[in-house]
Design a protein around this ligand. Sequence first.
Ligand SMILES: [Ca+2]
Ligand SMILES: [Ca+2]
Length: 390
Amino acid sequence: MYIHAIILILSSVILGFSTPAWSLPQFDIQFGSVLFPEKGHEVHHQEEQPITYDCRACHINPTGGGMRNAHGRQFSIERLPITEKTDATEKAAGSAQLNEYLSIGTDIRFAYLRTEDEATSRFEDSFFPMQADLYIAFSPTDYLTFYYQDGVEASGSRETFVLFQNLPYNSHIKAGRFTPPYGLKLDDHTTYIREKLGFGADDSFGQDSGLEVGFGGHRLFGNAAIFNGGPFGGPGSADDNNDKGFSATGGWKSSSFWLAGSFYNNENELEAKTYAGGYAAFHFWRLNLLGEWDHFEVDHLIASTENTGSLYFGEIGISLLKGVNAMVRYERCEDDDGSTCIDDDTLDRLTFGFYLYPSPFTEFIIQYRKNSEDTEIDNDRFLAMLHLFY
Ligand SMILES: [Ca+2]
Ligand SMILES: [Ca+2]
């Protein structure tokens, strides 16, 4: 069994491609009160860890995304799917923990994308594997984890780091290659709040090499990182100057309300980028509300031009029944000279979608996105995606 896992890992390392998975803040806010109640002791959080409403409740990476921890796996068989948990799925979830020290995980996303004729997307009518990643985590002690991600698709972006964890105040130190902490960190890399800020697929999801520190308390959380920030940044890039990129995010999360802020600064010989923003989430009844606002300033140093603008994101999700969610999402990008916002001729977006969890470890997404421009063109988009995760 272990030999098979190692062979699989080695072969994916040799293939040398990968893409990161991202966290789902929707889950945090939707299920916060169920999984992490304010009072009393509950369920499946690891006993040695304090209850936190933050990404690290379910992911090994404290800033979210990628491999799930034991609690995340338990959540994905118990709370998420339409079907009830069985002994078989419990056993399957548990088998991710290969032994006391070694655990594995995976994300596979297979998508179908269709766009209207006037869209600039090359995925006009395409099936494609968006992601096929394998994770491995080796934790020789409670305080140390070696984290590896590799797979096919989206070459050049893999999170790989050493993590010192369970430090005082549930804090951590991370050293390696990772996506710097900023904003809601949605799983959808095409949202403006990711794509327009350099956390999209064209920018290797913003990954860079550096150091991060953070903590996840019962309600307060914070994460900060320094990274190379080179003009040709991205995974594995070296730094040819003395400037370092910096980002941080932090705030307050309870089981039904979040309020947090983010900051990002990165200067190199080509450009200087500064972002600041806030995000919030709210849960009541069957509804989840998520919102993020970001202000950005990009100085193009060679051309001596400057562009400032704002990004707006709002989402309302509703849990129709267990394992069946619907959402509507509004996005807007506006800036001074159009160099950030209008490169794809899109200013406003409205996205409608259904998120189904028919069985454990399975997600099925269908989405329709209406793109609106000052000069209207036919560029709406339809997405269907099967996502298997473990
Ligand atoms: Ca630098
Ligand atoms: Ca349009």
